[in-house]
Ligand binder design. Structure first.
Ligand code: ZN
Length: 158
């Protein structure tokens, strides 16, 4: 039984490719705004020549970032789009492989990707009903992150 994640259903899927040089997160958010997509899950594969990735320091509540330049395959990149402050907000993680087949992975930062090629599948997700959880992001004191809200009546919620 799934108690701690939000309930949604999928009714639409887009499959396509990003423009050469596109920033994945910005392009994704723009696409969702233009197509009135409120919530979605995305998978991307492709190649890039620069990416800034990070991890979230759970004590300091800050992202620690690192820039990788040079040819990289996007072995896997997945994440979601939901609402933050009334706008589309993309949250993606990425696994890169360099010319020596070494991988690097982390939270994908916006605005820093030099995309060579990128193919995606975007699965649109709608809320099941008004009793399902809230997929809009709100500030969470404990983590310092903007998170989805737990389902109402969830035994794990305060
Ligand atoms: Zn993340």
């Amino acid at each position: 039984m799934i108690n701690t994640v939000l309930a949604g259903k999928s009714n639409q899927c887009y499959m396509g490719r990003f423009e050469y040089g596109a920033d994945i997160i910005t392009a994704l958010e723009d696409f969702c705004e233009k197509n009135n997509i409120q919530h979605a899950w995305i998978n991307v594969i492709g190649a890039l020549s620069k990416a800034t990735i990070s991890y979230y320091d759970q004590k300091s509540h800050e992202y620690v970032t690192k820039v990788y330049e040079g040819d990289h395959e996007i072995v896997s990149c997945s994440g979601n789009v939901s609402r933050k402050d009334g706008k589309a907000f993309g949250h993606l993680h990425i696994v890169l492989s360099n010319t020596k087949y070494k991988t690097r992975a982390g939270h994908l930062m916006p605005g820093t990707v030099a995309l060579f090629a990128g193919e995606f599948m975007l699965q649109v997700v709608d809320k099941v009903d008004d009793n399902s959880g809230d997929l809009d992001r709100k500030f969470d004191e404990k983590t310092g992150l903007h998170l989805w809200q737990p389902m109402m009546g969830c035994p794990l919620a305060d």
